[in-house]
Design a protein around this ligand. Structure first.
Ligand SMILES: NC(=O)c1ccc[n+]([C@@H]2O[C@H](COP(=O)([O-])OP(=O)(O)OC[C@H]3O[C@@H](n4cnc5c(N)ncnc54)[C@H](O)[C@@H]3O)[C@@H](O)[C@H]2O)c1
Length: 486
């Protein structure tokens, strides 16, 4: 069986790379010709641990290639994956424009039987729309409508661990509907994933609608756990309890488990925010409301600004003349993905309040600059006060506070004595609860985590902003490797 993957983003590239590693001949298509040219030259346009190596060896062995020619791509695959984006529309519903345009392309170029496998996250009923779009084109061409089938195979990979997730799946959800091609489609999907089912079957077979809903249910459940813990953490703060103890206490209950119980400064990424919104929107379109999922979203939106609120409790709403350091820009570690990252909301708000922001991220700096230019499009002058540091410690020079927004490993054990010397005020707002509040307090560093007993920060008094803070002026002129987004 040969494989075609339509859409060469995070999901498409990982799918293509991993299937080629299992011996399949794969063609990946994208409409972005620049991306395809880069891939053809051996570059990988996204940061995903291990992806470059897998792509490199399979490209060298001729098992994977890249094209922007739809005709060539569709001719190649017996199985055609749809892995294009499904961004949110203005009303929160999933925008199916890319999915349906790819479906029409398949209908236009199909010459022999193709199994169309939808891997994009799509609302219930989308497979029917994909089927209609292909049928429409086939009818135009006077071809049989039995020359294809559409199945649902939602993707559950996590960015940052995507290769491992794909190669060692907890489960593979496959939705196949009744119809003339049902048996053939089931056999093809069974053969495709046979390598993962050798020890025991990981495939969960179901109908297409259930498969489509399973993906949304999984993401909504995970997002809800996070928002639940964030609410608990905010309560723990005012009650003088430590959410980290609470987390361990409830996680040990086998009915609850330890995963996705970390309180923090909100979830982001390309999936949870848009998928919860889309689920709410789907329910609304069918006269239902999703009260729990809506509340999850609201809690998350507030949580993203929690650290700014805390900063303002100390410094007031006008942050003019303050310098705030930020560690971590991507929505989570081990990725450069900036979609819905907490850092975007936080940095925009800090800049709006007049602060200078000096940020460091191990890989997402360039993506962050691109994202902030979009977020601050109405106030590009704000970005004169934003700078990208080339090292974590460099970002701290003369800072009034540090906000830790992404739990990259290199932030886990910093040299706190050096940090104290570099910062104008040793004050850490830890959005990922990386540090030990008591230990930092003993070192004379004011600390606030999320749900870690807020009172420690009372030790610190904040004076007025110096009239002409030397560090702020220096930072533009005396640090040549500090990139300023002018
Ligand atoms: N990123 C994740 O962690 C993740 C995990 C599970 C599921 N998903 C879902 O998978 C889907 C893809 O997500 P992603 O993160 O890979 O998106 P992405 O934006 O990284 O990639 C999508 C790619 O599709 C291409 N594309 C769009 N229209 C096209 C067309 N008509 N023809 C060819 N190429 C086209 C784009 O140029 C882009 O390269 C989404 O529905 C997403 O919700 C994503």
């Amino acid at each position: 069986m040969r494989i075609t993957v339509m859409g060469s983003g995070y999901v498409g590239l990982v799918t293509g790379a991993c299937l080629s590693d299992l011996g399949f001949k794969v063609v990946c298509l994208d409409k972005d010709e620049q991306k395809i040219r880069a891939l053809q030259e051996g570059e990988v346009p996204i940061y995903e641990p291990g992806l470059k190596e897998v792509l490199h060896r399979n490209r060298a062995d001729g098992r994977i290639r890249f094209t922007s020619d739809a005709c060539e791509a569709i001719e190649h695959g017996d199985i055609i994956f749809i892995a294009v984006g499904t961004p949110p529309s203005e009303d929160g519903s999933a925008d199916l424009g890319h999915v349906l345009s790819v479906a029409s392309l398949v209908g236009r170029h199909l010459k022999s039987f193709k199994l169309v496998v939808n891997k994009s996250t799509v609302p219930v009923g989308t497979a029917d729309r994909v089927r209609s779009a292909i049928s429409h084109e086939l009818s135009h061409r006077g071809m049989s409508l039995d020359m294809f089938d559409v199945v649902s195979n939602p993707e559950f990979l996590k960015e940052g661990a995507a290769i491992d997730d794909f190669m060692r799946p907890d489960r593979i959800v496959v939705g196949v509907d009744d119809g003339v091609n049902q048996i053939k489609s089931q056999r093809m999907m069974g053969d495709l994933y046979a390598s993962f089912n050798r020890h025991h079957s990981r495939t969960v077979w179901m109908d297409v609608r259930s498969a489509e809903l399973t993906k949304y249910a999984a993401n909504a459940m995970l997002a809800t756990r996070i928002s639940f813990m964030n609410e608990m953490a905010n309560l723990a703060d005012v009650l003088g309890a430590d959410i980290d103890h609470v987390r361990r206490g409830i996680g040990a209950d086998s009915r609850i488990g330890h995963s996705f119980l970390y309180a923090g400064c909100g979830y982001g990424g390309s999936c949870f925010p848009k998928d919860t919104q889309a689920l709410v929107s789907t329910a609304k379109a069918h006269g239902q409301s999703m009260k729990l999922v809506s509340a999850t979203e609201q809690v998350n939106a507030q949580q993203k600004l929690l650290l700014v609120d805390r900063l303002m409790q100390r410094m007031g709403p006008d942050l003019t003349g303050r310098k705030i350091a930020v560690w971590g820009l991507s929505f989570k570690p081990n990725t450069d993905d900036m979609r819905e990252a907490t850092s975007r909301v936080v940095i925009r708000d800090l800049l709006m309040r007049g602060a200078r922001v000096s940020a460091y991220d191990p890989v997402a700096g360039d993506e962050a600059l691109r994202a902030l230019r979009i977020d601050c499009a109405d106030h590009l002058d704000w970005l004169d006060r934003f700078e990208l540091a080339s090292e974590d410690m460099q970002a701290l020079q003369g800072a009034d506070a540090l906000m830790v927004l992404t739990e990259w490993k290199i932030f886990h054990n910093p040299d706190f004595e050096v940090m104290k010397d570099l910062m104008r005020r040793p004050f850490i707002l830890d959005g990922r609860n990386l540090y030990n509040p008591e230990a930092l307090s003993e070192m004379g560093i004011a600390y606030q985590g999320v749900g870690r007993r807020n009172d420690l920060v009372q030790l610190l008094s904040f004076d007025a902003v110096p009239s002409s803070p030397p560090d702020l002026q220096d930072s533009h002129t005396s640090t040549p490797d500090m990139r300023v987004n002018a």
